[in-house]
Design a protein around this ligand. Structure first.
Ligand SMILES: [Zn+2]
Length: 81
C-alpha cells in the first residue's frame, strides 16, 4: 500500500454564537429564578413548570400553556389546593 503524501486538511476557526440564559423570570411574581451559588461562574436557576395542552372538551381548546414558576410560587400553588 502506497502512502498518500500531500494530503492536506484545512481547518478554519469558527465562532459559534450560543444563547446564554442570563435570567429567568417567574411567570407569577415576576421575580428572578436565579439562585446565589456563591460563584460568578456558576449560574443556576431553580424553577418549576406548569404545562397544559388543552383539547376540544376544555374551555381553552387549542391553547398551549407553559409557565415557569419560582420555588416560592410553586409551593404557594401546591399548598393552596
Ligand atoms: Zn414567583
Amino acid at each position: 500500500m502506497k502512502s498518500k503524501k500531500g494530503a492536506m486538511i484545512k481547518t478554519k476557526k469558527t465562532m459559534v454564537e450560543t444563547d446564554v440564559v442570563e435570567d429567568m423570570i417567574c411567570d407569577f411574581c415576576g421575580e428572578s429564578c436565579k439562585k446565589d451559588t456563591g460563584s460568578k461562574e456558576i449560574v443556576k436557576f431553580e424553577y418549576g413548570t406548569l404545562q397544559a395542552s388543552w383539547g376540544y372538551w376544555s374551555g381553552h381548546d387549542g391553547e398551549e400553556v407553559l409557565l415557569y414558576v419560582c420555588e416560592k410560587c410553586f409551593y404557594k400553588i401546591i399548598d393552596s389546593k
